[in-house]
Design a protein around this ligand. Structure first.
Ligand code: NOJ
Length: 552
């Protein structure tokens, strides 16, 4: 396999970067305990460089009891022993840089782990103590304080409050956790919380991290009155989502990121339906980029996609930020599965678990979607395993499910384990090279036998494999002059169900979602097609296929 061409270095690398998400638990296990680790990633950095991505975003690798797979951070300055050591993380960053890969680390401002030293101290100190002011401790309602302080519900199901015991064992105050009880929310009105996070950012930037991905970025600021949330008449502004005072956090972080000679990137997880409110997070003195969840949620439908693409470009242009495109991550159903269903849209409350799916159709569309994403102006986020064409694993036995969403909803929401199954690297049976020979434990989630044909090894060198296709497409994106810059315009008269747009230098992208083959323009050469056995001589573009063209 030829080496990927090096990306053109530029200071604002995030504007058009392809960022690959590494979910450390599930990437590669070097020591045989069934859990992925940093050495597993270091061993495969050449694979990632050859794939042709520009940067790696690591889901949390910090010390954590793993109540929410690392999004419950106990200590930002230590690596979880299951993953490795700080020295290994530093070596990983240096080795990635040598290969031309940038590193983005995850930060979780909304909450910490209940094992974090601050929370332990707050529990031990008892009501009224200063240590409790870093969190949201409140007395309960009802005669004996036996009811939660308000009616907020956790995103993971159940009340957003848990009652504590006083140091003497008597029933005590409640604390707020918008996610699991093991994830107490921080009080960002307290300067110590702000100082600590800035110090954490500095800690990782000083170790060479090129940016941070900001978890649940709309949620850290709370209405200190903690009003009830009546779903029929929701309080305005929302008491904990997208409050105006959240932006002060990111303005401070931006000043810090900009203070480095090589500016660091701030990338936000901003789930908001309102494009204007979304764009607020990308103002010139705030974040650089945010995940485009409207695009991820969008059904595989030309009119809907066009609407979302237009809204995305307009919202980003309004603040001079680069757009971004994403189809999968560690929280959502893998898109090969989604795109093979009758309803191809996604919503957190709409996982459509185990509804019938046609994986061949989903795979064809996933290939077409990749070429569409990579041709749009801006950056792209890829989720580990999509380059292998992996699908959602829907038959994980309940007893092996680990996601707190599954457990806190009593299984009514199946949760996110199905997209987190350890990657298949080689061999014809589990653990598919995820763990080494002689491993003492099974992979932490069971891998399907059917992945035998989907290992990286099985796909290596096969012209029609998903892996070869990702490598080819990523290489072409780097070398295609028409994809530099941000020029973009829809082509007129492309027909219903066809997305057709021009970029620079005569480059055109055509995605056919019309349900039938459409004619290929005669005045163009095919640069790349998403269908593995595409024949330009046939003069037509099959359904669910995207093609990159260069007009003569
Ligand atoms: C969003 C993360 O992507 C998700 O995995 C996590 O459970 C929540 N935030 C809470 O940190």
């Amino acid at each position: 396999m030829a080496e990927q061409p090096a990306p053109a270095p530029h200071a604002q690398w995030w504007r058009d970067a392809v960022i690959y998400q590494v979910y450390p638990r599930s990437f590669a296990d070097s020591d045989g305990d069934g859990i992925g680790d940093l050495t597993g990633v270091r061993d495969r950095l050449p694979y990632l460089a050859e794939l042709g991505v520009d940067a790696l975003w690591f889901s949390p690798w910090y010390a954590s009891p793993q109540a929410d797979a690392g999004y419950d951070v106990a200590d930002y300055r230590r690596i979880d022993p299951a993953f490795g050591t700080l020295a290994q993380a530093e070596a990983l960053i240096a080795e990635a840089h040598e290969l031309g890969l940038k590193i983005v680390v995850d930060v979780v401002p909304n909450h910490v782990s209940d094992r974090h030293a601050w929370f332990q101290e707050a529990l031990a100190a008892g009501p009224g103590a200063e240590a409790r002011e870093l969190f949201w401790f409140r007395a309960g309602r009802g005669a004996g304080g036996e009811l939660p302080p308000n009616d907020w519900q956790s995103v993971f199901g159940g009340p957003a409050w848990t009652r504590t015991a006083n140091p003497d064992g008597s029933p005590g105050e409640w604390y707020l956790h918008l996610f699991a009880p093991e994830q107490p929310d921080l009080n960002w009105n307290n300067p110590k919380v702000r100082e600590e996070h800035e110090s954490v950012l500095r800690f990782w930037f000083d170790r060479g991290a090129d940016g941070v991905r900001i978890d649940s970025a709309t949620m850290p600021a709370k209405d200190p009155a903690l009003p009830d949330f009546d779903h029929d008449a929701p309080p305005v502004p929302h008491p904990y989502i997208d409050r105006d005072d959240v932006h002060g956090i990111y303005r401070a972080w931006r000043a810090l990121a900009d203070s480095y000679q090589r500016p660091r990137a701030l990338i936000g997880e901003v789930w908001l339906a309102d494009p204007g409110r979304f764009a607020n997070y990308l103002r010139p003195d705030e974040m650089h980029s945010a995940f485009n969840f409207d695009y991820l949620n969008c059904p595989w439908d030309a009119a809907d996609l066009r609407r979302v693409i237009d809204a995305t470009l307009a919202a980003h242009a309004s603040v001079g930020a680069p757009a971004s495109w994403v189809l999968s991550n560690h929280d959502v159903t893998r898109h090969v599965t989604r795109y093979g269903r009758a309803d191809t849209s996604f919503g957190m409350a709409l996982r459509q678990h185990a509804t019938p799916t046609d994986l061949d159709l989903g795979t064809r569309r996933a290939r077409a979607a990749l070429l569409l994403d990579l041709a749009l102006p801006g950056g792209c986020y890829l989720y580990q395993g999509e380059e292998l064409g992996l699908w959602e694993v829907e038959d994980i036995p309940d007893a092996q499910r680990q996601d707190p969403i599954f457990h806190r909803t009593g299984g009514t929401d199946i949760g996110r384990d199905g997209c987190r199954v350890p990657l298949p690297w080689s061999g014809d049976r589990p653990p598919f090279g995820f763990s080494p020979e002689g491993a003492t434990a099974q992979p932490w989630l069971p891998q399907p036998e059917q992945w035998a044909g989907h290992t990286a090894q099985a796909q290596e060198g096969r012209p029609d494999s998903m892996l070869t296709f990702y490598r080819t497409a990523l290489r072409a994106r780097r070398t295609e002059p028409g994809l530099r810059g941000e020029a973009f315009g829809w082509l007129p008269d492309s027909g219903a169900g066809v997305l057709a747009f021009a970029r620079g230098d005569g480059f055109t992208c055509l995605a056919n979602l019309s349900g039938t083959a459409v004619p290929l323009p005669a005045d163009a050469d095919v640069v790349l097609a998403s269908a593995p056995h595409f024949d330009p001589a046939a003069g037509e573009l099959p359904d669910d296929t995207t093609v990159w063209l260069r007009r003569h």
